[in-house]
Design a protein around this ligand. Structure first.
Ligand SMILES: Cc1ncc(COP(=O)(O)O)c(C=O)c1O
Length: 371
């Protein structure tokens, strides 16, 4: 498959070119063919909530129960449910950046004020506990992480997360919200640590996840949240009042996907290895671009600041760079939307011939602009 030179190739989508797992499709089909659909419990099918809780148990078998889980129509809804439940008027959400552009609007619509904590690419986006402590104020109600991180692909280790939690535990009113939607797309030896595997004496740890990235149910509209029981109940009540439970076919597909998560993620990793290599080699070959080594997700987030036109302020210069690439036939996500102007997010969850062609176009466009 290769695109004619005139048709744009998108490396901008956040959703991969994954086929849904056959067993999940069969499970959904069985429910559809079985007669009238049941109206589901708002918080989700008990067996799915139990499976999700069990997937977050630590090696010793302790961890959340079904009462901590609410199944939602996607991860965005899970994030919104949690934010609008815990935020009070005047509350702030602290977001280390770069981070997924969707958080900004979710926080605003849930009535919060977003405050960012910029991390440095030179430092591989490390967040030192002292930096975190200095950024927390009495108004901070939530600190929000994505681990693995979209857009940088950075995976924060168990030791790093543990160090942050020694700080957050000094603030009894503070919730820690961890978006773990990319937790199955990892290329290192260590899987990302779930926030739920750390002690939470104050009942302040919140997790969201979904099925559209790591479990290949792209477009199926299903995710979940895990929270202390009182918060989970409040989220389910909100979902009941404003919508309802996720339809049964998606929930049965999600149950199958949860039960076969290991096989599904290994399949995706196998599919992504070749395109990951193509993208990282093409980036390593670009002059003036610092090396990137994303440990997780299917994105790279290269620093193209050397190719910004001098003059305009950073966000405008970044938009101009992205427009230049678009004119050359490659759509990318502007890093300015993630608080990193001059960077671009590139997805390699695309067919290899298209990726090769897209990277050739990108290189030509950058070389021309350097002349
Ligand atoms: C970090 C992160 N969280 C949440 C979402 C939304 O996921 P869903 O499709 O399940 O609503 C995305 C989608 O790109 C994402 O990147």
């Amino acid at each position: 498959m290769s695109a004619p030179a005139s048709s744009p190739i998108s490396l901008a989508s956040g959703y991969g070119n994954f086929l849904p797992p056959a067993a999940a499709v069969e499970a959904a089909t069985r429910v559809l063919l079985a007669g009238p659909l049941p109206v589901t419990e708002t918080a989700g099918l008990p067996e799915l909530r139990e499976a999700v809780a069990a997937a977050h148990h630590s090696a010793g078998g302790s961890g959340p129960t079904a009462a901590n889980v609410v199944v939602t129509p996607g991860t965005k809804v899970a994030l919104f449910a949690l934010l609008q439940t815990v935020l009070r008027p005047g509350d702030e959400v602290l977001l280390p950046t770069p981070n997924w552009f969707g958080f900004r609007e979710l926080v605003a619509r849930a009535g919060g004020t977003l405050r960012t904590l910029p991390l440095r690419p030179e430092n591989n986006y490390a967040l030192a506990p002292t930096q975190l402590r200095a950024a927390l104020t009495p108004r901070t109600r939530v600190v929000l992480f994505s681990n693995p991180n979209n857009p940088t692909g950075r995976l924060y280790s168990r030791a790093e997360v543990a160090a942050w939690l020694t700080v957050t535990q000094e603030f009894p009113d503070l919730f820690v919200l961890s978006d773990e939607i990319y937790n199955g797309i990892c290329f290192g030896p260590e899987p990302p640590p779930t926030l739920l595997s750390f002690p939470d004496p104050g009942g302040r740890h919140l997790v969201v996840n979904g099925f559209s990235k790591s479990l290949a149910l792209v477009g199926w509209g299903i995710g979940y949240l895990l929270a202390p029981v009182a918060v989970a109940r409040a989220c389910a009540a909100w979902q009941h009042a404003t919508g309802g439970g996720v339809p049964a076919p998606q929930q049965h597909a999600a149950l199958l996907a949860t039960q076969s998560a290991g096989a599904i993620t290994s399949g995706l990793i196998g599919q992504l290895h070749p395109t990951r290599r193509v993208l990282l080699e093409a980036l390593a070959d670009l002059p003036q671009v610092p090396p990137v080594a994303p440990a997780a997700t299917y994105y790279a987030f290269p620093d193209l600041r050397a190719y910004l036109r001098p003059g305009p302020e950073p966000a405008a210069a970044s938009a101009e760079l992205v427009a230049r690439l678009q004119t050359a036939g490659v759509a990318v996500v502007d890093g300015a939307t993630c608080d990193a102007p001059g960077f671009v997010r590139l997805s390699y969850a695309v067919p290899e011939p298209l990726l090769r062609e897209a990277m050739a176009r990108l290189r030509t466009a950058l070389e021309l602009s350097a002349c």
